[in-house]
Design a protein around this ligand. Structure first.
Ligand code: ADP
Ligand code: MG
Length: 385
């Protein structure tokens, strides 16, 4: 049986810095092993863009998965070539093998249906059933996510089901107040979600890299901070829509700036409307962190995606830490979504069970909340939406 997992973990060289996604894959894999299946894992790592590149080998993930499962996971040297076929042929019941990074194959992410389909045919020839358990990729129309599902009897795995269950609670009648906290760096991607979120949530709290486009939309200088010039008008529209709809968009009142994008660049707190020309904003300030935390603590439902600042660097992690702490104090459902957000909370020392749910998918969960049809879910026989 073929199973798509999301093992796209952050690496520092060959060291996995957060194995959360691998751990999240374990329950389904263990269940399938106990049932005596021959398991072939399909997964990707990073963006090799259709080319074989050892930098993106799944070797570290296969090694970690072996340790966590307590059994050797054999990694093929290619995706659908001789090594893959031999690895699959040698597999015994209850054993687990992994193909190399599916994104080594140009067909995996191709926009051309026929090209993706041809690769999916090759995947399908390796097994008899398909389990879709890579929640982080279900919003992608890719060969191992979408096309493969239509070629074999299929089912959603336990992780995908659990993730969708939680997100359904956020979209169908959430307990109110429902607060959404957005930050991070994928600014234009995330701005698109806001249109829908301001209709479902009561309050939208904005920090991280995208906040500067909001501050600019209010007519403020943002210095050298991250800015999406061409989104300023759109954001101005969101601010107007929110006011008209009786919703609140909470923005920071102070910002931690530094002269350079560097871990040891000297931090300084300034007013959000007075960011110096030669500085860039790298975190929300302490006053904002306290205000954000207070909004979060009084919510009944919270969804948070995206660090409030460059949380990887100690001097700029205070905002993210304050928000994470507030989420742990919510009397209701708290959900953290996004690879870097999940890594940040673990890095800052919060245990996973301090939150209601830590989603393995940032983009996927945001698109679900946006109300979009996710191709990798829509194609599954038991998960039609
Ligand atoms: P997630 O993976 O949780 O969805 P993103 O990938 O969108 O989050 O963003 C995470 C990245 O955003 C982190 O690497 C962080 O350093 C960066 N970031 C947060 N705030 C800022 C900022 N003010 N300027 C630049 N980068 C930022
Ligand atoms: Mg990210």
């Amino acid at each position: 049986m073929l199973i798509r997992c999301d093992l796209n973990v952050p690496l520092d060289g060959e060291t996995i810095t957060d194995d959360g996604r691998i751990r999240a894959s374990l329950p389904t894999l263990n269940q399938l092993r106990e049932a005596g299946s021959k398991i072939i894992v399909l997964a990707h790592l990073g963006r090799p863009k259709g080319q074989v590149n050892p930098k993106y080998s799944l070797a570290p993930a296969a090694k970690r998965l072996s340790e966590l499962l307590g059994t050797k996971v054999k990694l093929a040297r290619d995706v659908v070539g001789e090594s893959a076929q031999q690895t699959v042929a040698e597999l015994a019941d209850g054993e687990v093998a992994m193909l190399e990074n599916v994104r080594y194959e140009p067909g995996e992410e191709s926009k051309d249906d026929a090209e993706r389909g041809a690769l999916a045919d090759q995947y399908a020839a390796l097994g008899d059933v398909f389990v879709s358990d890579g929640f982080g990729v279900v919003h992608r129309k890719q060969a191992s996510v979408y096309d493969l599902a239509s070629r074999l009897p299929n089912a959603a795995g336990g992780l995908v089901k659990a993730e969708v269950d939680v997100l359904r609670q956020l979209t169908q009648n959430p307990h109110r107040p429902y607060v959404v906290v957005l930050g991070g760096a994928k600014v234009s991607d995330k701005l698109a979600v806001i249109k829908n979120l301001i209709t479902t949530a009561d309050t939208l709290v904005v920090g991280g890299g995208m906040v500067f486009t909001f501050l600019a939309a209010q007519g403020h200088e943002v210095g050298k901070s991250l800015l999406e010039q061409d989104q300023i008008e759109t954001v101005r529209g969101y601010l107007d829509d929110a006011t008209a709809g009786g919703k609140q968009i909470v923005l920071p009142t102070d910002i931690i700036v530094a002269p350079e994008f560097k871990a040891d660049s000297p931090p300084k707190v300034v007013r959000a409307e007075a960011i110096p020309e030669d500085q860039l904003g790298l975190d929300i300030g302490p006053e904002s962190a306290e205000a954000f935390a207070s909004v979060i603590r009084s919510a009944k439902t919270v969804f948070w995606n995206g660090p409030m600042g460059v949380a990887e660097w100690e001097s700029f992690s205070g905002g993210t830490k304050a928000i994470a702490q507030a989420l742990t104090e919510v009397d209701g459902l708290s959900v953290v979504g996004g690879g870097d957000s999940a890594a940040a909370v673990r890095d800052l020392g919060f245990p996973d069970d301090a939150f209601g749910h830590i989603s393995t998918g940032g983009g996927a969960s945001l698109e679900y909340l946006e109300g979009k049809t996710l191709p990798g879910l829509a194609v599954l026989e038991n998960e039609r939406h």
